[in-house]
Write a protein that binds this ligand. Structure first.
Ligand SMILES: Nc1nc2c(c(=O)[nH]1)N[C@@H](CN(C=O)c1ccc(C(=O)N[C@@H](CCC(=O)O)C(=O)O)cc1)CN2
Ligand SMILES: NCC(=O)N[C@@H]1O[C@H](COP(=O)([O-])[O-])[C@@H](O)[C@H]1O
Length: 301
């Protein structure tokens, strides 16, 4: 059986597939963690035959990790004490190149985002985002299971996997499949999506990628932009959390508009995820979520 068909959840290298989530064992942490941040995660996973080596590797490394584990605890505790807020565990869902995923990942490394990406979920095993995750040592999960991806996880198993990574927030970043109601309910007010228009305009089924920008240009709209919203059971109808506006120029092609919007998306998503991880999101009485300014706690937008 090829490694690919074995690999439901691929660890840092494709030689460490993780099969069905059944018995507790250890997962190797994402290798992008510096040794000072290496952590061990208990999980409900049993390993395939290939992972016996992984398990023994884990054991072999355990001693060195034990030494750094105290450093890990002190690093993380120090970080959390400094920020007075626990560092958050993130999952990112992609279907394509993953430029938003990459900008969030870089922000977790440069300190802009008080969190770590523990797992990447995709419906396209070979997409750019998944390739980038594998290079960075972030585990990749194939979802959903369907006739084209029989090795993909079911929604139930995906939830088990996300719980095993203690995921706090799910970030959709160019994921092109409907998130099932079961997963939405498993992560209430904890799933965000970025959309490349000013919702509610140009959103819903059929509005994704270049289709959105072509529709905006065809409409004659003078402004477009990016929207970050909470995810509910339907496409693009969840509570809007943040938006950024960009001009639509008279001679714009869809590609030129897409590039202008994407540039703003990268900045907006990092700002919003930073607020999310620092617990600066508050909910107005009418159900509208607001972001508390980092500089002035009395300022919301
Ligand atoms: N439950 C939810 N799931 C998802 C949401 C959401 O708001 N609620 N957002 C989408 C992302 N998205 C827009 O931001 C979006 C993605 C895809 C589609 C769409 O029409 N998809 C096609 C299939 C495309 C393909 O497989 O290549 C379809 O469903 O027919 C619309 C909007 C992510 N999930
Ligand atoms: N409706 C969903 C949708 O169209 N999402 C859009 O897909 C692109 C993904 O780019 P990326 O893979 O480079 O982040 C982004 O522009 C995002 O807004």
């Amino acid at each position: 059986m090829s490694m690919r068909t074995q690999g439901l959840v691929l660890g840092p290298s494709s030689s460490s597939p993780i099969q069905n989530p059944k018995t507790p064992t250890f997962l190797t942490p994402p290798t992008y963690f510096s040794s000072a941040k290496r952590v061990w995660l208990k999980s409900n996973y049993s390993f395939s035959s290939h992972s016996i080596l992984l398990a023994s590797t884990n054991l072999r490394h355990r001693n060195c990790v034990v030494k750094t584990e105290h450093k890990v605890v002190s690093d993380i505790e120090e970080d959390n004490l400094k920020s007075k807020v626990r560092r958050k565990n993130l999952a990112v869902f992609v279907s394509g190149g993953g430029s938003n995923f990459r900008s969030i990942f870089e922000a977790t490394l440069n300190g802009s985002v008080h969190g770590d990406i523990f797992v990447l979920v995709t419906n396209k095993y070979d997409c750019g985002g998944a390739e980038y995750a594998r290079v960075k040592g972030i585990p990749v999960i194939l979802f959903p299971k369907n006739k084209d991806a029989i090795e993909g996880l079911s929604t139930e198993d995906l939830i088990v996997a996300l719980r095993s990574y203690k995921v706090d927030f799910i970030l959709l970043a160019g994921f092109l499949k409907l998130i099932p109601t079961e997963l939405v309910r498993a992560y209430p007010k904890s799933i965000l999506n970025i959309h490349p228009s000013l919702l509610p305009a140009f959103g819903g089924k059929g509005y994704y990628g270049m289709k959105v920008h072509k529709a905006v240009i065809a409409s004659g709209a003078r402004y477009s932009g990016a929207t970050i919203h909470y995810v509910d059971e339907h496409y693009d109808t969840g509570r809007i959390l943040a938006q950024r506006v960009v001009p639509v120029l008279a001679d714009d092609t869809a590609e030129e508009l897409a590039a202008r919007v994407l540039h703003e998306e990268h900045k907006l998503y990092v700002e919003v995820v930073a607020a999310l991880c620092e617990e600066r999101i508050i909910w107005r009485e009418d159900g509208v979520p607001l972001i508390q300014s980092k500089e002035n706690s009395n300022d919301y937008r």
